[in-house]
Design a protein around this ligand. Structure first.
Ligand code: XIL
Length: 368
């Protein structure tokens, strides 16, 4: 062997012998760059819980690696940021926004006006005339939007204003149910509260993209039509609206035809389209304590996630693709475990944040 060849051999042996934490090895490019957002032409988001982000390092790692858009699962809702009539508190929401800024992620704000404000006692007990309620609505929207001005790309301004039959939520249909499926805003302020919410938000941050967000457009044609009619009316009258969010809390059996129809028809408005709260439940919304996540169901879920991504890519023009957001990250974080039933596995990552077949279905859809 010549001197040069010996040198090459020795160098090779040195490199091979490097330990895991060797500086030589850590300077190598990552083995795989295929993450969700690096494989996508539009933003890929997750709704985030600030407590998990703070305390669970695997959660933090997956969010940072896979997503480039951050929605806020609860921490910007009225009960969190506005716990008393004259008290605003932004600690958790600010934490998420600083994380996003430090990691160059887009922030999508959720939500300014919603009928379901849980147990916000002060609001439930608030008594005042129409003027007082109007001021309350305006004050809430403008204080929150102003606080985050310049840091938030888009806002869900009004969430779930319609019933599935296309009528605006108004009276509570079940007075014994604390969750109130009616809308206090509608009862106190009438139909105009929706457009004024958009106007108040726009006045507070003219650069923010303003969304109307709802669920079930893929299965309730009356609701889909009502939302389209509202958007058209807003566009004709110059009410500032820039996008529509389809929550997409769907099941394995939700028909693809309905999903495609809703996405396509809403995209025809010309507005941005956000799949804003995607999760695909295994149980099809049927409570079943014996349900198990079999390999077959995992594969079905994989196929459904893939067809969801393809439906979005094929039916939303590129300029209107605001992105797809899943509602939290791993199965154990999902709201469905408490809201629906404990044995549900609706997300892309399992309970310990390992990618599921669903993840690879999503990725395949992005790359196809
Ligand atoms: C849910 C959260 O995920 C839960 O943690 C919370 O207890 C209730 O709200 N539609 C929406 C979201 O617009 O805000 C809801 O989020 C899920 C349904």
């Amino acid at each position: 062997m010549k001197g040069v060849e010996w040198l090459v051999l020795i160098l090779l042996l040195v490199l091979l012998g490097c330990s895991e934490d060797s500086p030589v090895k850590t300077q190598q490019p990552p083995i795989s760059v295929d993450t969700l957002y690096t494989s996508s032409l539009f933003p890929i988001g997750a709704a985030i819980d600030p407590n998990y982000l703070r305390s669970t390092s695997s959660y933090h790692t997956v969010v940072t690696r896979e997503f480039n858009s951050i929605s806020v699962e609860n921490a910007m809702k009225l009960g969190w940021v506005h716990p008393q009539q004259s008290v605003y508190s932004f600690t958790d929401a600010d934490y998420i926004v600083s994380y996003a800024q430090a990691n160059k992620k887009r922030v999508h704000g959720h939500v300014l006006v919603w009928h379901a404000f849980g147990d916000v006692t002060w609001l439930k007990n608030f008594s005042g005339d129409t003027n007082d309620w109007e001021n309350l609505l305006k004050d809430h929207i403008q204080t929150v939007v102003t606080h985050f001005k310049g840091k938030i790309t888009g806002w869900d301004v009004v969430n779930e204003a319609f019933h599935d039959n296309g009528q605006l939520r108004n009276e509570d249909t079940n007075l014994n149910d604390a969750s109130d499926d009616g809308s206090i805003w509608m009862r106190m302020l009438g139909t105009g509260y929706i457009e004024r919410a958009f106007q108040y938000a726009h006045a507070a941050d003219p650069d923010a993209l303003l969304f109307y967000n709802d669920y079930g457009q893929e299965v309730n044609v009356a609701k889909l039509n009502a939302i389209k009619a509202m958007v058209k009316d807003f566009q004709e009258r110059g009410i500032p609206i820039h996008g529509v969010g389809l929550q997409m809390h769907i099941g394995l059996n939700t028909p693809d035809a309905g999903i495609v129809k809703a996405i396509k028809e809403l995209a025809e408005t010309g507005l941005l389209i956000h799949i804003s709260e995607l999760d695909i439940n295994i149980s099809n919304w049927v409570k079943n304590p014996d349900l198990k996540l079999t390999e077959e169901l995992k594969q079905e879920q994989k196929a459904k996630y893939k067809s969801m991504v393809l439906a979005y890519k094929q039916n939303v023009p590129a300029a209107q693709q605001y992105g797809i957001t899943t509602w939290n990250v791993g199965d154990a974080d999902s709201w469905l475990r408490s809201f629906h039933q404990p044995n549900e596995w609706p997300l892309l990552f399992d309970d310990v944040y390992k990618p599921k077949p669903a993840y690879y279905g999503f990725l395949e859809g992005l790359k196809e």
